[in-house]
Design a protein around this ligand. Structure first.
Ligand code: ADP
Ligand code: MG
Length: 452
């Protein structure tokens, strides 16, 4: 990286020679500026006082800009001048924000269950044929920990109530068995805590004591264990320690154990040895019941014909149901309009369109990615290995997995690749999303555009 002081000095030299600025002025105004950021066309300079800054704005701005333009080779300079006080304040704010984040992280590590939402209970979980077994087995493990189903393994696509049930178990246990030490953690937090403990070279016994001396452990989104050897190893021993001392374990996952790839077999066999139960997308009757319950919960009055219309059209995901109700509520509050059939149809057109198009998504993904990256569809499903083609292929695989909950095998059939290749693609994109904010934004944008 070029030294920013060096670049800025170049701009100052240009100003002095082009404009014949006398030394006093040079020293008083220009040389006292300190470059903080020079990145692309973005320049941030620090000035000692607001007084001096105003003079620079009034008299010397055009010179500064011209010097920077010449030095940076771009017409379009995005220049900010901050005062020392402002800069100090900003720095302080950044430090405070970091400290706050650290504090929250620490709290979470000391008490992982602090993320549990007390509003998710068994009482407000609406039961129908697609989720009854998951609901009843969850209640059963509350009443009889480690007796019937250990571990209890719940799986199903996103947005159908797995986390809700896990939280409900904890909330129920809190009142029923306050003497027991019940802990909820996402697989991701478990992973982060382990990685941190290893990188800090902390005594492994500290991490172990956190998870192996519990009465009841719930782990959410366990599918994230894929490809993480060291975490799997730790999870295995945690499982063994708890299981062998008769403690209840509950897992939630987006797929069943036999479908989990790149996870140690001894773990997946253990996942399946208690009870494996799925949650399926709700049928029309359950959808209507959920709509009704959510409408009551949000204090919205929705006529029956609208309820029926909604439950016929919003099908896949209960999160969407909540979203639809909130949208209707917002519109009726803002517009002062009662919720009617026509209004719902108009306001929810985006939701409805999405539901309608869900079934054609793998084709849509392929078409969209091919267009966006200027790569032919046949090349994505073909065997060429140019970087652009490979990249488009990885993104297609990732989106099919992420948006459609398809298995690696199913995606493999569509993209004409072996399922392990598909898995590698998905992992690559997942990692890139984690590593690069820009890339994460790009993927989010693609998903958004595919969803409207
Ligand atoms: P998952 O963990 O399966 O992705 P969540 O548990 O986060 O899904 O559920 C998504 C949203 O839908 C939550 O707000 C949850 O309360 C709600 N929800 C899901 N299933 C039900 C249900 N049967 N009754 C009431 N709300 C539900
Ligand atoms: Mg969840």
């Amino acid at each position: 990286m070029l030294d920013i002081k060096y670049i800025f000095q170049g701009a100052l030299d240009y100003i002095q020679s082009e404009y014949d600025v006398i030394d006093v002025t040079m020293n008083l105004y220009f040389n006292s500026l300190k470059p903080l950021v020079i990145n692309g066309n973005k320049v941030v300079l620090m000035c000692e006082s607001d007084f001096k800054r105003n003079i620079i704005y009034d008299r010397y701005m055009h010179m500064l800009l011209e010097g920077l333009r010449t030095e940076l080779g771009t017409e379009d300079i995005d220049l900010t001048i901050v005062t020392r006080d402002e800069h100090e304040k900003q720095k302080q704010e950044v430090t405070e924000k970091k400290e706050q984040e650290e504090k929250i992280k620490k709290e979470r590590e000391e008490n992982p269950s602090s993320v549990v939402n007390a509003a998710y209970t068994f009482e407000n979980f609406v039961v129908g044929s697609s989720n009854r077994v998951a609901y009843e087995t969850s209640l059963l493990v509350c009443n009889n920990p480690a007796e019937y189903y250990n571990p209890l393994f719940l799986y199903g696509p996103s947005g159908l109530g797995k986390t809700h049930l896990l939280f409900a178990i904890i909330n129920e246990m809190k009142t029923k068995r306050p003497d027991l030490n019940v802990v909820y953690i996402t697989c991701e937090d478990f992973t982060n805590m382990l990685v941190e403990s290893i990188s800090k070279k902390a005594d492994p016994a500290i991490f172990r004591s956190k998870f192996r001396n519990l009465d009841f452990l719930l782990i959410d989104d366990i599918q994230f264990l894929a490809n993480k050897r060291a975490v799997q190893e730790e999870m295995f021993h945690t499982f063994e320690a708890l299981f062998n001392s008769g403690k209840q374990i509950v897992f939630a996952s987006d797929r069943q154990p036999s479908e989990m790839e790149n996870i140690d077999k001894r773990l997946t066999t253990r996942f399946s040895m208690g009870g494996v139960f799925d949650i399926q997308p709700p049928d029309a009757e359950l959808r209507q019941a959920i709509f009704k319950r959510k409408a009551d919960a949000y204090g919205v009055d929705i006529p029956n014909d609208v309820l029926q219309f909604l439950s016929e059209n919003i099908r896949t995901n209960i999160r969407q149901i909540e979203g639809a109700i909130k949208t209707l509520k917002a519109h009726s509050l803002i517009g002062g309009e009662d919720i009617s059939f026509e209004m719902a149809k108009r306001v929810l057109s985006a939701y409805l369109k999405k539901a309608e198009e869900d079934s054609v998504n793998s084709e849509k993904i392929l078409k969209y990615v091919s267009m966006r990256y200027g790569v032919k569809k046949e090349d994505i499903t073909g065997s060429k290995r140019d970087t652009a083609i490979k990249n488009a292929r990885h993104i297609c695989a990732y989106l099919m997995r992420d948006m459609l909950n398809m298995t690696y095998k199913e995606i493999g059939v569509i993209l004409d690749k072996h399922h392990t290749t598909i898995m590698d693609s998905c992992v690559k994109i997942e990692n890139n999303v984690k590593k690069s904010e820009n890339f994460a934004r790009e993927i989010a944008e693609i998903k958004k555009e595919l969803s409207v």
